[in-house]
Design a protein around this ligand. Structure first.
Ligand SMILES: [Zn+2]
Length: 79
């Protein structure tokens, strides 16, 4: 029978080969590679989503500015 460690993330025991010491606010605790990978991936996805949202916001702001400028221009050229 192989050694296991209690994973504080999944709250179950995993084989020690899958375990890493992970720094937490309470100090180093055992956590499985899978849960660490999943957490890293979700951070990446959040960051990607944030960047996408920033790009969308920037584009919306640009269009609004462009539209306002066009309106102003129309008003200045109108008789
Ligand atoms: Zn785990």
């Amino acid at each position: 029978m192989s050694d296991t460690k209690f994973c504080y993330c999944c709250r179950v025991h995993h084989p020690i080969e899958q375990m890493r010491l992970f720094p937490t606010r309470q100090g180093y605790r055992w956590r499985c590679v899978r849960s660490i990978d999943a957490a890293v991936k979700s951070v990446d996805e959040r960051a990607a989503f944030g960047q996408q949202q920033t790009a969308i916001n920037r584009e919306a702001a640009r269009r609004t500015a462009e539209f306002a400028q066009r309106l102003r221009h129309l008003r200045t050229v109108a008789p």
